[in-house]
Design a protein around this ligand. Sequence first.
Ligand code: HEM
Length: 197
Amino acid sequence: MGAIFQSLGRTVTAGIVLLIVIILLVGSVSGTWIKVDHAWSLFFMRWLHVLSGIMWIGLLWYFNFVQIPSMPKIPDEQKPAVSKVIAPTALFWFRWAALATVVTGLLLAWMSGYIGQALSLQRSHVAIGIGMWLALVMAYNVWFIIWPNQQRALGMVPAEPDVKAKSQRMAMLTSRFNTFFSIPMLFCMVAQQNGGL
Ligand code: HEM
């Protein structure tokens, strides 16, 4: 067990193996097996979508609830541990998870046959439509505002000290803006299936 949990790759693989065991157990107990049809593919895409969404919004909330408020409390000589090691790794998973969430979300809407109705906010799909627009703005912010500003702020690309300071503030404010949007976005996302709106 210890050998598995000492490696992130093996841990994720073990999670997938456990999932397969659960599927086989449920199938053998109930006698009904998964049928890979359109409905199941839709469900599978929904699962991938929720996984990537959790990775994205989990890291957004980590930045806002943990990293940003902790920075002023960290002694200057220890700050590079965050800015040079932790933040670049977190940003890597953050931006790619944002892209994966957008791709799986758009595929989900397209496979469900309502992508146009949702994006044009027609009544029957207004909840998911609003959720999608909020999340699309957030994803735009990640890739085109937060990421370029963070690259300057963290010294991943060269920048003058005043530009660096401005970039840091811009990245922080945009990250706060995304946290603000994430609250109604998630409500709208789950409201479509569950009659929340
Ligand atoms: C541009 C980005 C996004 C798009 C295009 C999108 C699209 C969708 C679509 C089409 C659905 C299916 C709605 C339905 O018919 O029930 C959905 C559900 C969902 N999405 Fe998103 N989404 C996006 C971002 C996010 C984010 C950032 C999260 C954060 C975790 C998220 C979490 C969820 C959840 C939890 C569900 C509900 C699944 C269910 O109730 O079965 N989505 N999304």
